[in-house]
Design a binder for this molecule. Structure first.
Ligand code: KIV
Length: 253
């Protein structure tokens, strides 16, 4: 049975934890879907893991749509969410509607994700959800603001904790169906999770969220370095290098 945003809301109520991983192409997406992951995020981290950029900023809406189309071809069950990339939604609600509308019209993704919880973003989320576009929020460390925030843990003072709690509540009130919490303390993530009726999906936010997300390249050990909170389950990078070395040796001898 295909997974819907309504299903995620029901799972929050029942306490059924949600699994989410990122994908950037058909092969990875079909493996994740076959393994039974609930939500596949075409994250703008594809800028780093698939396109070789050092930040997520250069990736374009056309890049995201192209990769989301490939991911959707590999998915039968999971809910597919596509990240709106930097400057494809921050300018104004009409710009966000056009970008999110393109994602829904040109791919089979069922939802978009956008970063931030300041008042202008809350208005954007409200406008998108009013016209039937499901939105996943993203608070805490938001990589599109890397030059302002760096890559450090967020919500580390009582003031910033309160700000993040209020932003999470505002996202829910604006109609978001879930919110990613990235690189915040376990206790802050736990407080936000308890206050919301929509699921929280944590990454580096402890075990009290309603679900967890990881960048699949980090999970598989495909990247040279991983963020401190990403537990690698495999070192595929070294396995691939060893395999290719064996192939080279076979061919040369
Ligand atoms: O782009 C991405 O992969 C993300 C996850 C880190 C949540 O936004």
């Amino acid at each position: 049975m295909a997974i819907t945003v309504q299903k995620l809301l029901q799972w929050k109520e029942k306490g059924r934890l949600i699994t989410c991983l990122t994908a950037w192409d058909f092969a990875i997406a079909s493996l994740l879907d076959q393994a039974g992951v609930d939500v596949i995020l075409v994250g703008d981290s594809l800028a780093n893991v698939a396109l070789g950029y050092t930040t997520t900023l250069p990736v374009t809406l056309d890049n995201m749509i192209y990769h989301t189309q490939a991911v959707c071809r590999g998915v039968k069950r999971a809910l597919v969410v596509c990240d709106l990339p930097f400057l494809s939604y921050q300018e104004s609600p009409p710009q966000a509607i056009r970008s999110a509308g393109r994602v829904l019209k040109e791919t089979n993704a069922q939802a978009v994700k956008l970063e931030g919880g300041h008042p202008a973003m809350i208005e954007t989320v409200e406008r998108l959800t009013q016209i039937g576009i499901p939105v996943m929020g993203h608070l805490g460390l938001t990589p599109q603001s890397i030059h302002q925030l760096g890559l450090k843990k967020q919500g580390t003072t009582p003031e910033t904790e309160e700000k993040l709690i209020n932003q999470a509540i505002a996202l829910q009130q604006a109609g978001a169906f879930s919110v990613v919490l990235e690189h915040i303390s376990d206790s802050l993530a736990s407080q936000i999770t308890a206050k919301l009726t929509i699921p929280t999906i944590g990454i580096g936010a402890g075990k009290h969220c309603d679900g967890q997300v990881l960048v699949t390249a980090d999970l598989l050990g495909l990247t040279e370095t991983q963020p401190p909170f990403a537990k690698p389950y495999l070192n595929l990078r070294s396995q691939i290098i060893e395999t290719v070395e064996k192939y080279i040796k076979d061919v040369q001898t």
